[in-house]
Design a protein around this ligand. Structure first.
Ligand code: PMP
Length: 428
């Protein structure tokens, strides 16, 4: 069992069914789900399960035969993206998507080296462990072709929220890194980053960062890969893709996954025709047995339909803003809340032991997560290098009442923890 880590490992939950933003255990007890970003349009959405069952009943082949679904789906995805991202490769997981992005970048640039952000996670394949500091630090160590740029975190990083041009300054750290790489006689193939670093602690990139980095990376002959595996499909509300939060910026490759199939394994790489052409110039085709099959594409289409019909982006914008607002109000009453940040239904609440020094309150964050589960049956989790950030990435049907409930419960738990700390019962 050591290889498989459960949520709440000392008292795991057995979930037997789910609907919308709610999970039900074997005793039919209901849990509010604040973390399943995969189940984007709501667990087991009837339109999605119907589309899957109907297509499974009709045909499921591979992409060696012509089929409308893959074309219709690629067209629909293209409509959500800037025009230059017009070629789509369908795969089965975020890891497969990122691995293919690496191959595309290598083939197109003929360079080898990759720049990633500190604390990043991009997947579980050998190639991706190599570009995931979050993993390689514990496992294989840093390869000579991998270079780690500072996480542009304006709460904890070198340039904080009071620095006006933090985007430019953090981008310049990438420029410096590129220079170091060149001085070693090496060349940049790709800059790889999540559009909002998740494992890094629900980070919102400072304005101007991505466009500047893209400029530096392009002039070094590399490409910019935006990992939207966690953040895509309207999670940020105001836009379809989180990279669109950054002005005047378009990545060269976008990878997508998790929410794409609402739980069904489907993922994708979108790129430009130039990069795609370079990829197959050497006569090696790309084939993926399950990627882009008619069932997966029917599911993908149904997910897009639900996002539109139920205005889930609008919902993410409204409910996410309310959630953030409620947490910001809570911050004025609980000094343990150091920072509240987010976009749409991607929200992070960073707990600190000391507001001045911003010491991560790791133990307290774990206590909040545990008590929410035991006392309120609310599933929340933590992220960030110190697991001190409470993360909220619920299904996109999360509503105002859910937001109010979770904030009310956290308020009660923090109040109680503070009282206990005063009595010397528990540390927070
Ligand atoms: N990129 C990011 C940002 C992720 O969070 C993950 C999964 N947590 C992946 C890639 C890998 O996706 P998968 O687990 O579907 O292979």
């Amino acid at each position: 069992m050591q290889s498989c880590r459960l949520f709440y490992s000392d008292d795991p939950v057995k979930i037997v069914r789910a609907r919308g933003q709610y999970l039900y255990d074997e005793n039919d007890k209901r849990y509010l789900d604040c973390i399943s970003n995969v189940h984007h349009v709501g667990h087991c959405h009837p339109s999605v399960t119907k589309a899957a069952a109907e297509q499974m009943d009709l045909l499921n082949t591979n992409t060696r035969f012509l089929h409308d679904n893959i074309v219709l789906y690629a067209d629909r995805l293209a409509a959500t993206l800037p025009e230059r991202l017009s070629v789509f490769y369908f795969v089965n997981s975020g890891s497969e998507a990122n691995d293919l992005a690496l191959r595309l970048a290598h083939q197109y640039t003929q360079h080898e080296d990759v720049i990633v952000l500190n604390h990043a996670y991009h997947g579980h394949l050998v190639s991706l462990i190599d570009i995931s500091p979050y993993k390689f630090r514990k496992l294989t160590g840093q390869k000579e072709w991998v270079h780690v740029a500072p996480l542009p975190d304006t709460y904890r990083g070198k340039y904080k929220e009071d620095v006006l041009n933090a985007g430019q300054l953090y981008a310049d750290t990438v420029k410096d890194l590129i220079e170091e790489v060149h001085n070693k006689g090496r060349k940049i193939s790709a800059f790889f980053a999540e559009s909002m670093p998740s494992v890094g602690g629900q980070i919102i990139l400072p304005p101007g960062y991505s466009a500047k980095v893209a400029e530096y990376v392009h002039s070094a002959g590399g490409v910019f890969v935006a990992d939207e595996v966690q953040t895509g499909f309207g999670r940020v509300g105001s836009h379809y893709w989180a990279f669109q939060l950054q002005a005047d910026f378009c990545p060269d490759i976008v990878t997508m996954g998790k929410p794409m199939g609402n739980g069904h394994p489907i993922a994708c790489v979108a790129t430009t025709s130039e990069i795609a052409r370079a990829f197959t110039d050497n006569g090696v085709e790309y084939f993926n047995t399950f990627g882009g099959n008619p069932v997966s594409c029917a599911i993908g289409l149904a997910v897009l339909d639900v996002i539109e019909k139920e205005d889930l982006r609008g919902n993410a914008e409204r409910v996410g803003a309310h959630l953030k607002d409620l947490f910001t109000k809570l911050q004025s009453r609980h000094k343990i809340i150091g920072d509240v940040r987010g976009a749409g239904l991607f929200v992070g609440v960073e707990l600190v032991e000391d507001r001045e020094r911003r010491t991560p309150a790791t133990t307290a964050a774990a206590q909040v997560v545990k008590r929410l589960k035991v006392e309120d049956r609310i599933c929340v989790s933590t992220d960030g290098p110190w697991e001190s950030v409470l993360k909220f990435k619920p299904p996109m049907c999360f509503n105002m009442e859910d937001a109010e409930l979770v904030v009310r419960c956290i308020d009660r738990i923090l109040t109680d923890m503070e009282a206990n700390a005063k009595l010397g019962k528990e540390d927070i």
